[in-house]
Design a protein around this ligand. Structure first.
Ligand SMILES: *Cc1c(COP(=O)(O)O)cnc(C)c1O
Length: 386
């Protein structure tokens, strides 16, 4: 019998589990000349030393990367004084978040995390067949750790703590976090996602060794003190390697071994590995950039407050404005001023801390608002709309 010319749309059938999974939405791209402040990227182009480390590998593109990533894993293990077997790398820490979920959870299991938080969590959990349990942030846009504890059941296998939280920029202090970790049952993995830890001046146990190291945040200290903690770090944000895709996890040995089983082979290129090593060699230069970004972040916060928007104090490289119903209005103002932010309709707007010029642009965009009667264009607009 001949095949029908137009097969029914549902053939071949797709995994019904995916029906509830939205495709990941990338931060909006920006038209030429606009400030792209929608993806928490570094405003700085890569360091020359990093570019040259990558360029040195271009002649070997016909070879597969080293899957065990020995150099970068060795460097990270040395830096954090952990067994290299506990360190895994992935194509960005989002891949490692996925590995960790697959390593410990499956059909019928639950994964607890705050909401709103990193947009990838709900999808990654559903793709693994597990159920996301989303616990609302508190009134200060912070993790509600008591409510998260109360949400843990015998089906819970993993809890994410995004610290600082994306998109709100709020943090859970080290002592608070330790009380939480100690209260979570030992058979539940606590994953502390520290994608923005470099920008967080409050992330340290004051008495921890190396408390001044911008990367030795609370996560690593808790990893040392408790058997059921994993930490996620990335080279994408503070280190400016978002385009190369490399992050790392430090996890208990059984979990790290399981991650290696679920990892898609050869996910991390040699170029990314080399760039990460070169970045570790450029700590001082990167520290200067990080300090610039945090200064601009605070200025961005003040600019927003001065213009009457309810910006939340941030410890990351972005600022959250819980503008609620006025989110679209803020998005429109920014857009008209050549600034592309990330807007969650009806909820809020997240603006990444860019360069000084980017923040100046935000200031100009807000000043152009008809809400600001001091601005020359306001009167004109008033007339036009009157
Ligand atoms: C950006 C981000 C990541 C991961 O970024 P990668 O580029 O995949 O390393 C992980 N967690 C949070 C909370 C993020 O915002």
């Amino acid at each position: 019998m001949p095949l029908p010319v137009t097969p029914p749309a549902e053939i071949p059938p797709t995994n019904p589990r995916l029906d509830a999974v939205p495709a990941y939405r990338q931060g909006r791209s920006a038209p030429a000349g606009a400030s792209k402040l929608s993806s928490n990227e570094s405003p700085h182009p890569p360091l020359p030393s990093v570019v040259s480390a990558v360029a040195d590998r271009l002649g070997s593109l016909h070879r597969y990367p080293q899957m065990a990533a020995p150099e970068i894993i060795g460097r990270l293990a040395e830096r954090y004084r952990v067994d290299p077997a506990l360190v895994t790398v992935g194509a960005g820490s989002v891949e490692l978040a996925s590995q960790l979920i697959h390593a410990v959870a499956g059909e019928g299991d639950e994964v607890v995390f705050a909401w709103r938080s990193f947009e990838a969590y709900p999808s990654l959990v559903r793709i693994a067949g597990a159920t996301p349990v989303m616990v609302p942030l508190d009134a200060e846009h912070r993790h509600d750790l008591d409510a998260m504890l109360a949400a843990i059941t015998e089906r819970t296998r993993l809890v994410f703590v995004c610290n600082p939280n994306n998109p709100t920029g709020t943090v859970v202090g080290p002592e608070e976090l330790e009380r939480f970790v100690a209260a979570v049952p030992r058979d539940v993995l606590v994953v502390i996602d520290e994608a923005y830890v470099h920008f967080d001046g409050s992330a340290y146990f004051a008495d921890a060794p190396g408390a001044t190291d911008p990367e030795r945040g609370a996560g690593l200290e808790l990893f040392r003190r408790h058997p059921h903690v994993a930490v996620l770090h990335t080279f994408s944000k503070a280190y400016g390697l978002a385009g190369l895709r490399i992050g790392y996890a430090i996890a208990p040995s059984a979990v790290a071994a399981a991650q290696r089983k679920v990892a898609v082979p050869f996910g991390v290129t040699d170029l990314a590995q080399a760039a990460a090593v070169a970045s570790l060699d450029a700590q001082d230069e990167l520290a200067v950039r990080i300090a610039e970004v945090t200064a601009e972040r605070d200025r961005l916060h003040d600019v927003l407050i001065d213009a009457g928007w309810p910006a939340v104090r941030s410890e990351a490289n972005f600022v959250w404005i819980p503008a609620g119903e006025r989110s679209a209005e803020l998005d429109g103002l920014l857009h008209d001023g050549g600034v592309v932010a990330r807007t969650f309709p009806g909820e809020g707007v997240r603006i990444s801390a860019g360069s000084a010029q980017d923040v100046d642009r935000v200031a100009a965009a807000l000043a152009a608002s008809t809400r600001n009667p001091a601005h020359p264009t306001a009167a004109v607009r008033e007339e036009a709309t009157a």
